[in-house]
Design a protein around this ligand. Structure first.
Ligand code: CMP
Length: 157
């Protein structure tokens, strides 16, 4: 079983709508561990790299404008299979299509204003982590209730 790290951005729409606490609460309740947290404004340079795969898309300009309309909150979450686990909690890209019970499914009606970004694989997680967190901003710690969320086999004991 593999421990993974997933990078989450709480986007400007979620911050403006006061959904930061709700979003953090959902990940905490699930049992994954917060090991990085910061509020920041995304620069052109970071967004060009972050969304390099969308550079040719018609919505790229609007997406950048939206992502710079307010600060965002970047988080790093860790746990076994954290990348797919986080994506399930977040839901499908469009809020209108996202499953009820997911963050986007419960709070979003838009494809662009979809509240949150989550890494889609290990390679992108590594790249995204490097774009927003310095080494000192990643804080590893021992969670006291880990044994209530994972079996000893899952913990490799
Ligand atoms: P995210 O998970 O951050 O990945 C790329 C982002 O681009 C996506 O969430 C949306 O905010 C945005 N996006 C994706 N598709 C569209 C689209 N068709 N029109 C506008 N924005 C989009």
């Amino acid at each position: 079983m593999k421990s993974q790290q997933s990078v989450v951005l709480v986007k400007p729409d979620a911050l403006q709508r006061g959904l930061l606490g709700e979003i953090i609460h959902r990940f905490e309740r699930k049992g994954i561990k917060l090991i990085g947290l910061k509020m920041m404004r995304l620069t052109d340079e970071v967004l060009d790299q972050w969304y390099a795969h969308h550079k040719e898309k018609a919505f790229f300009g609007d997406l950048k404008k939206f992502m710079q309309s307010s600060p965002i909150v970047a988080m790093l979450w860790e746990g076994i299979d954290a990348i797919p686990v986080v994506r399930k909690i977040v839901g499908a890209t469009s809020g209108r299509e996202a499953e009820a019970g997911s963050i986007r499914g419960d709070f979003s009606m838009s494809r662009q204003l979809n509240l949150i970004h989550a890494s889609d694989g290990e390679e992108s997680a590594k790249k995204e982590k490097g774009l927003v967190f310095s080494d000192e901003e990643v804080v590893e710690w021992q969670s006291a209730d880990e044994c209530l969320f994972y079996s000893s086999e899952e913990l490799g004991e």
